[in-house]
Design a protein. Structure first.
Lengths: 174, 174
DNA sequence: ACCTGAACACCGTTCAAGT
DNA sequence: ACCTGAACACCGTTCAAGT
């Protein structure tokens, strides 16, 4: 990659993170290009779709979560997933989307994170702390849901929802 | 209201329900006006904002939920709230928004539905079936969250999340 | 190789002109 | 009273022209 292209790529990514934080994942891409001081065509050359841009931003997030699993307990890790996914308005939907889309370029990062979480879950289940019929998919849906609530209803409500979720995982039914 | 105005109002509402069902709550309002065979200015005259249109659609929904509480048990009613709010993409956010916005013209309908739900909750708590520290606000956040999951991850995952939620309500901790 | 911006087809919203 | 659509300022996306 040419050095100017490299600069533009990095700049676009940094600016996109800012703009999405301000206006959500539906923010104007033209605005991103403007603030990055780059022609709109350059944005499209590097990121052919809005999803491509979002995925580039999500990748590092997933990697960080995969790493964090080594050291967190299940509750701490799920909390990270939930409230981390609420970084931009609309992000929880993208996170869940990436988890479900197997054709995504992100799928490797997704899988790493998912298996890391599955490890924490299995340990908690073996220790008898979490009901046995819950899957990692269940937990990721529940956690991103809490992220959505944080966006919509504020942190307090979402924290209560998270606590309710964690308490609920302890029942032994299934 | 003039009879042509009345016709237009009703037509716009009916078409909006269709278009939102197809394309979500962010669907093109111009498209709504076109399909309703009405000038775009007429749409804006009847519904000055997209939210006004959404609110008109939500009102009957809330009223129906308030009525349904008389006859449902808590689980059935919450299921209705959760999956009913997933009727259009983006609707769970509007439902939660309407519940939180006290200045909304919808607030009367909201309150009616909320108190109806609160009655079901209180009964379940007195019967010892639901933990005592859960509030109706908690349940409405949780239920609309499930609606969001249904949009994002499909019905199966959302149903599992709903079951997990209902099971979790039975723990006696608080 | 890469960058640029004009061009196209849309959109939300307003408001003068009509009946 | 109400309806209409042109007008404005935006947007996403593509692609010929430039370096």
């Amino acid at each position: 990659m040419r050095t100017d292209a490299q600069r533009n790529y990095a700049q676009l990514l940094a600016v996109a993170a800012e703009v999405f934080a301000e206006h959500g994942t539906e923010a104007s891409l033209r605005d991103v290009a403007r603030r990055a001081e780059v022609g709109i065509g350059t944005l499209y050359r590097h990121f052919p779709t809005r999803d491509a841009l979002l995925q580039a931003l999500l990748a590092s997030r997933f990697d960080a979560l995969a790493e964090a699993a080594d050291g967190d307990d299940l509750r701490t890790w799920l909390h990270r997933v939930a409230f981390g996914s609420a970084a931009y308005r609309g992000l929880p939907a993208s996170v869940l989307g990436a988890l479900r889309d197997e054709t995504s370029e992100l799928h490797a990062s997704c899988e790493a994170m998912r298996t890391a979480g599955a490890g924490l879950l299995a340990a908690s289940q073996q220790a008898g702390q979490v009901r046995g019929d819950v899957t990692i998919a269940d937990l990721l849906i529940a956690a991103t849901s809490v992220g959505w609530s944080a966006e919509q209803a504020g942190t307090e409500g979402a924290e209560r929802q998270f606590t309710l979720l964690m308490d609920g995982l302890r029942v032994n039914i299934g």
